[in-house]
Design a protein around this ligand. Structure first.
Ligand SMILES: C[S@@+](CC[C@H](N)C(=O)[O-])C[C@H]1O[C@@H](n2cnc3c(N)ncnc32)[C@H](O)[C@@H]1O
Length: 244
């Protein structure tokens, strides 16, 4: 498990820079978001974030009794699957439902919920899918999340290969964040914000085992990576499901 930081979007108190406040931050951002229902209804090609798993995910969707997309933000990436599988039941959620609420008027097969990953209550046979949102969850939160529903797909999850240089790099970045954020107290530097966690494949294997499930597939997105050069992670689909 590695922590990662990026420059802060807005000034925060010193201790808040080392805490994940994704719910609070995104509620604010989503309240000023407007979605265009006509544009969403016109999505007939798969978004590039899902292109590499289109067939795989479509098979899971066909088998699921209900499909749940959480942390969807403007829903522009997932809507293709709702347009394509118009006879399937979908649940669409985020930490604020203000932007996506209107989806229920346009789509008979969508139920909108306002829910964090922790609050979400699954039903038997649910396929739960999130895209680029797994990194907010601590180890405990991730374990509780993958226990939910039948099948769980973490798409474009941040996955790194452990190595000595990654370990040293992570230590240096922690130290830099501390120093930079101390300097920012005097208004000398832009602050750095702790954003979330990168995980290894073996961490997912162990989390799945602890949840009484198993990792069915890990597939790397050939068109996306996170970080840069010496400090990079793959974007991968991690499918965790009920053990056979
Ligand atoms: C990086 S954005 C990704 C949005 C969208 N899935 C995409 O790929 O464009 C992270 C999303 O996760 C949601 N989110 C953040 N923290 C969350 C939490 N604790 N529970 C549920 N959703 C959360 C945010 O509201 C946001 O929509």
């Amino acid at each position: 498990l590695l922590r990662f930081y990026t420059p802060a979007d807005k000034p925060k108190s010193f201790f808040d820079l080392f805490r994940i406040e994704s719910v609070h931050d995104y509620v604010e951002s989503i309240e000023s978001l407007e979605i265009d229902l006509d544009l969403l209804a016109a999505a007939t090609t798969v978004h590039s974030d899902y292109e590499f798993i289109e067939n795989y995910l479509s098979t899971l969707i066909r088998k699921a009794s209900r499909v749940v997309f959480l942390g969807v933000y403007d829903f522009s990436k997932e809507v293709y699957f709702v347009n394509r599988f118009s006879d399937k039941e979908f649940v669409v959620g985020d930490v604020s439902a203000s932007a996506i609420q209107s989806l229920e008027q346009r789509y008979k097969n969508i139920r909108v919920i306002e829910s964090t990953f922790e609050e979400f209550k699954p039903e038997n046979g649910d396929l739960v899918v999130i895209n680029i949102a797994e990194y907010f969850m601590s180890k405990c939160q991730m374990l509780r999340f993958i226990e939910k529903g039948g099948e769980v797909v973490l798409n474009n999850a941040h996955i790194y290969r452990p190595s000595f240089s990654k370990f040293v790099g992570a230590f240096l970045r922690e130290s830099r964040a501390l120093v930079v954020n101390l300097m920012s107290l005097g208004g000398l530097r832009q602050q750095w914000q702790f954003r979330g966690w990168w995980r290894t494949e073996s961490e997912y294997l162990s989390l799945a085992r602890s949840a009484g499930k198993s990792v069915k597939t890990i597939k790397t997105n050939p068109k996306r990576t996170f970080g840069h050069q010496n400090h990079s992670a793959s974007a991968a689909m991690v499918h965790i499901g009920l053990s056979d």
